[in-house]
Design a protein around this ligand. Structure first.
Ligand code: CFM
Length: 553
């Protein structure tokens, strides 16, 4: 990785500030019990010789009253994992707002022309629009009608149903309705019990989505696509067109992409994805479950890749070539890298004098706070502090800590599927000896090193950061750019700091792959060097006190 091993400050000091003091400042306003909990989620990074890092408490409930960046279980299941699939009719069983706000029309890009039937239902928002009557008397009847109506109008190959909070509270059996309608209509109809309140964040929804796709779709079509080097890309959701850029690169390299979970995807891709030769994982947090279940059932191995950052893209392509061990493929991959890198490097060199030494903070989701550090490093920028909204310890500290993770009641509530090797279709792609040879070439199967071992020692890692802590960090460090989402954007801009959304990319992107890196360099250059932020005065800087009067005595 291109990131420097350590900041030049003395141990425990960042930009002249004693980090223990900084931690105290973040916690001092909290009641003692809250401070004790948050204390375990705010950690100064240190990387041991063996790559070990400090423990970060994560994937635990947010303290009520703290303003968190997190979303809900339904958002993780319907919005994130299933949202980008163009030809499944996704019906939100619940009040209209849940469906509307997870419609994500700007976020979910797809190319319907690449499907022979041209099905694309992402431009529609399907919901049962639950009313008082259904909350009192049950919503199964309305759900049945909605499935029928969707079928009559669109004749889709599949219909998925997503439960929102009230569905769980009133006890509608969405799975029974789906089974009944599947039989009646003769198409795949399947439900997800992803009520918003389940688990502690959207991470629970990822797991539920993975279980549902794996149970109802993966392996339902054994037709093997043509191509010598067949791969699946897992945990890539085509934000800002990222998947289009990655697909372009794969095609140039001669790799056959069987399925992406789930950017620019079709249900047919998932159905035959078990026929691929290798699974690549981008976002480990959201999709590791599918990768592991596919390995157990079909013998399909997985490796971690990253296409955010030009160097990371080249490295990932070389890993794939090493796995297939084919001279013609390696040659093609090298030719693609050689053809693409000069333009990227030229842009980095042009921008770098203006970005070198600038400082970023990244608080995003469950994988991007790690991946985007690559791009900032390519600009000569340093990441002062980073954290995830909802990641688990393995995403911070690496999968080496998996055996040490305590499974609490909230996690136990999410079903772990029992998966066994398929009696006919289990086909291990690599034996132990070959795995060892490949490991020597840097192709590590079923491994993710985590964010912290690749972050400089002395950076501050904060899990599930609150708005209070965000404001303190900004006041203390005045970073040159802050990366988060729409909920944070305007609060941070009012502090005079540019905010780059790394969820939806603020209409920008793609940022993945080679062309994406160029886009990102240009965008960050514009943002960190814009003078407009210096002219801003937040309302509270001019008028620091809010006064109020009781309306009656
Ligand atoms: Fe994975 Fe994602 Fe992310 Fe995520 Fe997300 Fe996302 Fe994200 Mo927003 S699946 S963990 S739940 S990379 S929606 S496409 S950008 S928080 S860092």
């Amino acid at each position: 990785m291109a990131i420097s091993a350590e900041y030049k400050d003395a141990d425990g000091v960042l930009e002249g500030k004693d980090l223990e003091g900084v931690r105290r400042r973040l916690l001092e306003k909290y009641p003692p019990k809250v401070a004790r909990k948050r204390d375990k989620q705010i950690v100064v990074n240190r990387v041991g010789e063996d790559g070990s890092v400090p423990v970060v408490m994560s994937n635990v409930r947010t303290v009520p009253g703290l303003i968190s960046q997190r979303g809900c279980c339904y958002a993780g299941c319907k919005g994130v994992v299933l949202g980008p699939t163009r030809d499944i009719v996704n019906i939100t069983h619940g009040p209209v707002g849940c469906g509307f706000y997870s419609w994500l029309t700007r976020r979910n890009q797809t190319d319907p022309d690449s499907s022979p039937d041209g099905h694309n239902f992402m431009t529609y928002c399907f919901t049962t629009d639950m009313q008082d009557e259904e909350i009192i008397f049950g919503g199964e009847k309305k759900l049945r009608l909605a499935i029928q109506e969707a079928y009559d109008n669109f004749k889709p190959k599949a219909i998925a149903v997503f439960s929102t909070c009230p569905v769980g509270l009133i006890g509608d059996d969405v799975h029974a309705v789906c089974r009944e309608m599947k039989e009646k209509l003769g198409i795949n109809v399947f439900g997800f019990s992803c009520e918003g309140y389940k688990g502690v964040s959207q991470s629970a929804g990822h797991h539920i989505a993975n279980n549902g796709i794996f149970t109802h779709v993966v392996g339902t079509d054994d037709a093997v696509p043509e191509g010598d080097f067949k791969i699946n890309l897992l945990g890539e959701y085509n934000i800002g067109g990222d998947a289009f850029e990655i697909e372009r690169i794969f095609e140039a390299c001669g790799l056959t992409l069987v399925a992406t979970y789930s950017g620019n995807s079709s249900i047919e891709h998932f159905a035959r994805s078990h026929t691929a030769d290798l699974n690549l994982i981008m976002c480990h947090r959201s999709i590791n479950y599918v990768a592991e279940m596919m390995e157990t059932k079909f013998g399909l191995p997985w490796i971690k890749v990253n296409f955010i950052g030009a160097a990371a893209t080249a490295k990932s392509l070389r890993k794939i070539a090493a796995y297939f061990d084919d001279p013609a493929l390696s040659e093609r991959v090298e030719a693609v890298i050689a053809a693409e890198l000069p333009a990227v490097e030229a842009e980095a060199a042009a921008v770098r004098p203006r970005t070198e030494g600038k400082r970023a903070m990244l608080f995003v989701g469950g994988s991007r706070a790690h991946h985007y550090q690559e791009l900032f490093a390519e600009l000569g920028m340093k990441t002062l502090s980073a954290g995830y909204e909802f990641a688990h310890r393995d995403d911070y500290e690496g999968r080496r800590v998996l055996p040490d993770i305590k499974v609490d009641a909230d996690s136990r509530n999410i079903q772990e599927l029992e998966v066994h090797p398929d009696p006919e279709r289990y086909r291990p792609r690599v034996d132990a000896q070959r795995a060892e040879t490949l490991a020597a070439k840097g192709v590590d199967f079923a491994d993710y090193a985590g964010m912290m071992p690749e972050m400089p020692a002395g950076a501050l890692v904060i899990d599930d950061i609150s708005h209070h802590e965000t404001e303190k960090m900004i006041a203390l460090f005045k970073p040159d750019i802050f990366c988060a989402g729409i909920k944070e954007k305007y609060v941070i801009q009012k502090h005079g700091i540019p905010l780059k959304q790394l969820h939806s990319y603020d209409y920008g992107g793609p940022y993945a792959g080679f062309k994406g890196a160029i886009n990102f360099y240009q965008e960050i250059d514009r943002m960190v060097n814009s003078r407009v932020w210096g002219y801003l005065k937040a309302p509270w800087q001019k008028n620091p006190e809010l006064a109020a009067k009781y309306a009656f005595e």
